[in-house]
Design a protein around this ligand. Sequence first.
Ligand code: TTP
Ligand code: MG
Length: 454
Amino acid sequence: MRTRPVILHLDLDAFFSAVEQLHKPSLRGKPVIVGGTGRRGVVSTASYEARVFGIGSAMSIGEARRRCPNAAYLAPRFPAYRDASRAVMGLLAELSPLIEQVSVDEAYVDLTPTHPDVDVPTVTVLADRLRARVTEVTGLTASIGVGTSKLLSKIGSELNKPDGLTVIAPGAEVETLAPMPIRKLPGVGPATQDRLHRRGLHTIGEVAAVDLADLIDLLGQAHGLAIHQHARGIDDRVLEPDREAKSVSAETTFPTDLTDQRELAEHARRLINRVIVRLVKDGATGRTITLKIRSYDFSTITRSVTLDQPTDSAAKILSGAKQLLSAIDTSNGIRLLGVGVSGLSDYAQQDLLADLVDPTDGTAPAVGSVGAVPVGVEEGGDLAQVAEDLVPVGDPVWTPGQDVHHAERGAGWVQGAGLGRVTVRFEGPHTGPGPIATYAITDPALSPAEPPVW
Ligand code: TTP
Ligand code: MG
């Protein structure tokens, strides 16, 4: 058990929507919802102004629109989030070499190698400085918790969210945890919570008072022991700087069996969008793309390709999946399709996300998602053809929130598009709220642009 408050947990506030408000001054102080903008999209995150309407991650966009029709609904801009995330992780790396990045906006730092003797006052100064640096370098706010363990620091960072710091003093662990609901403990999901509730156990303090043998009886050896210890503020888990590779996948079962390759490819694209969101959230990338196909007769096959380089590029994953799909006989009907990416590696080492996921979840590729170049595909197939398939035909697609450049008016973002027109707001992180103008979607003066730099 550590005796000094050396573990720090940082989590950015309303991350995706905070980046949107930073880059789009007209949205500051307003409800902003980032997510899939198609009919079946879900909310990635909501700004704090939108959360007062009860809107949060994973809610359907339809439900969010019912609750707050006037919010700005934007498609995610992963490259912008990634830049901000990298800058923050870089600041953490200045504090200590021992960092565990948990997701795109969240990481633990173990200060033992560089500040082994910190006490509450010194670590408070250090954490306050870190918060100020995060805001200075990225324009975003972070919440930080500090304590003697991962458990306490994580709980601390949630206690004063947003834009807060909580240092839990050594010795104060048990009293801090005691009144909290049991689901705050790591490993307590809905099932465990249910079991504990049925025993009349609701707070962490109540669980801490239960005998170890009883908890093991209720939850099994490993789980029972972990919860017993965590409830008593005992957590010796070390940081895992190189988190284990794992895989991310998504699958769907069709109401009626499908035979059409194009229709199946379209479903593959939607599944890939879901996979990409997870990849980005986990701060990961992968090399191996796997397609799972269950036929009309329930026989199931999987096929994989491995790329030379890890990727979280939507176009590269889609091209790999399409290539695998084209080699499969679908004429008798397919009832389930799944797409997975595995061989995940550390986010911080990887290339920038090269493509936008098609946020409309529809048929057209996202603007800028062209030019897939799959490399080192293991199984046969014409790669040039695969890449060709991804080139959008017809008019450009403009997505809400997208960065654009106008030949005369400069940098802006797409406020909305439809009926052959696109409305652009001309503003950036360092301007005031800007004016809008409407163009034909084919206007040659308008082109997709990189995210602005803070
Ligand atoms: P979180 O840190 O869970 O949420 P947040 O940063 O938006 O808000 P908070 O102030 O409560 O920390 O997740 C970080 C980002 O990950 C979030 O901005 C969007 C993305 N995300 C999803 O895409 N889907 C999800 O279900 C969740 C939870 C997050
Ligand atoms: Mg966050």
